[in-house]
Design a protein around this ligand. Structure first.
Ligand SMILES: Nc1ncnc2c1ncn2[C@@H]1O[C@H](COP(=O)(O)OP(=O)(O)OP(=O)(O)O)[C@@H](O)[C@H]1O
Length: 267
C-alpha cells in the first residue's frame, strides 16, 4: 500500500543543510498498522509529510496504492496532535468538512449517515450539535478522528494524535483506534514518542535514529488484539517488547549500523 524506496530529505535551513532523512526503505502492507518511533528531530513528521504528498522527497521514491505520490490524495487522511476543529461549526459539520471541501463528493446524505455512525462508534452520539468548545480535549480529538475517517481513506497518517491528552483518555482512544482499525482495515502509519503506545497499537514498530534520520530496526509485534494497557493478559508481552524498543532508542548507534530487517517477536 505504501512504498518508500531510498528516500532522503535534505532541508536548506538558515543554519545550513539538514539531512532529515536518509536511505529510508519502508513497505507498509494494506491493512497494516505501523508506528514510527524515535527521538525528537529524527524525521518522523517529515516521513509522514512525504507519504501525505505535502513534501516532495529530495531523493528516492514514495508510492501509495501503486502510484507515485505527487501531492495530497483524497484517499489519504492526516490527523494532527491538535484536533484543529473549526470553532464555529458543530461537531457534525466538522466531521463532514472534508466532504464539503471535495466538489466531486456525491451522495451527501450517505456521508451524513456515516458521520452519525462514526460519532456513535467513538461514543459521541448525542453530541452532534455541540460546538468544539463545549467538548473536552479527548472528545475533540475523537471528532477529529471521525473527520479523518469520513471519506473512508485507504491510508491514515497520524502525527502524535493522542499526545496532548491525559493518560486515561489516551489509553481509551488507543483502544478505540484499534477497534476501528479492526473493523475498517485501514492502513495506518502513526507517529508517537510513547514506547508503550507504539507497542500496543502496531503490527510493526519502525525505530528511527536521529541525525540523519535512518531506520534502525523494524520490530514485529504479534500480540493478539485488542491490546490494552489496562489489566489484561498481554501486559508481560507489552513490557518485554517495550523494553526492547527502549534499548534500541537509548543506543548510541553509528548510522552505518542499520539492521532494518531484524525482528523481535512477542514470544
Ligand atoms: N521545513 C523545514 N525546514 C528546515 N528544517 C526542517 C524542516 N522540517 C523539518 N526540519 C528539520 O528536520 C529534522 C526532522 O524534523 P521532524 O519534525 O521530521 O522530526 P520529528 O522526529 O518529527 O521531531 P519531533 O518528535 O520533535 O516532532 C529536524 O532537524 C528539523 O529541524
Amino acid at each position: 500500500m505504501i512504498r518508500l524506496d531510498g528516500v532522503g530529505q535534505v532541508f536548506d535551513g538558515r543554519e545550513g543543510r539538514i539531512t532529515a532523512l536518509e536511505k529510508i526503505d519502508l513497505h507498509v502492507h494494506a491493512g497494516e498498522f505501523v508506528t514510527l518511533i524515535g527521538r525528537s528531530g529524527c524525521g518522523k513528521s517529515t516521513l509522514l509529510r512525504l507519504i501525505a504528498g505535502l513534501l516532495p522527497p529530495t531523493s528516492g521514491t514514495v508510492e501509495v496504492a501503486g502510484e507515485p505520490v505527487t501531492g495530497p490524495r483524497a484517499d489519504v487522511s492526516f490527523m494532527f496532535q491538535r484536533p484543529a476543529l473549526l470553532p464555529w461549526r458543530s461537531v457534525l459539520s466538522n466531521v463532514l468538512l472534508p466532504v464539503e471541501l471535495d466538489r466531486q463528493a456525491r451522495d451527501r446524505t450517505t456521508y451524513r449517515d456515516l458521520a452519525h455512525t462514526l460519532l456513535e462508534m467513538v461514543g459521541l452520539q448525542g453530541f452532534e450539535r455541540r460546538l468544539p468548545h463545549e467538548l473536552s480535549g479527548g472528545m475533540q480529538q475523537r471528532v477529529s478522528l471521525c473527520r479523518s475517517l469520513i471519506r473512508s481513506p485507504q491510508v491514515m497518517l497520524m502525527d502524535e494524535p493522542f499526545s496532548a491528552l491525559d493518560a486515561l483518555t489516551r489509553t481509551e482512544l488507543s483502544e478505540e483506534l484499534q477497534r476501528i482499525k479492526m473493523e475498517l482495515s485501514t492502513t495506518i502509519v502513526f507517529v508517537t514518542h510513547s514506547i508503550e503506545e507504539a507497542v500496543v497499537l502496531a503490527d510493526r514498530a519502525v525505530v528511527l535514529t536521529p541525525r540523519p534520520g535512518r531506520m534502525r530496526e523494524i520490530v514485529e509485534i504479534d500480540i493478539p488484539r485488542p491490546r490494552t494497557l489496562g489489566p489484561n493478559a498481554h501486559l508481560e508481552d507489552v513490557a518485554r517488547i517495550s523494553g526492547r524498543l527502549h534499548g534500541l532508542l537509548a543506543e548510541k548507534t553509528a548510522p552505518d549500523d542499520v539492521r532494518p530487517t531484524d525482528k523481535v517477536r512477542s514470544r
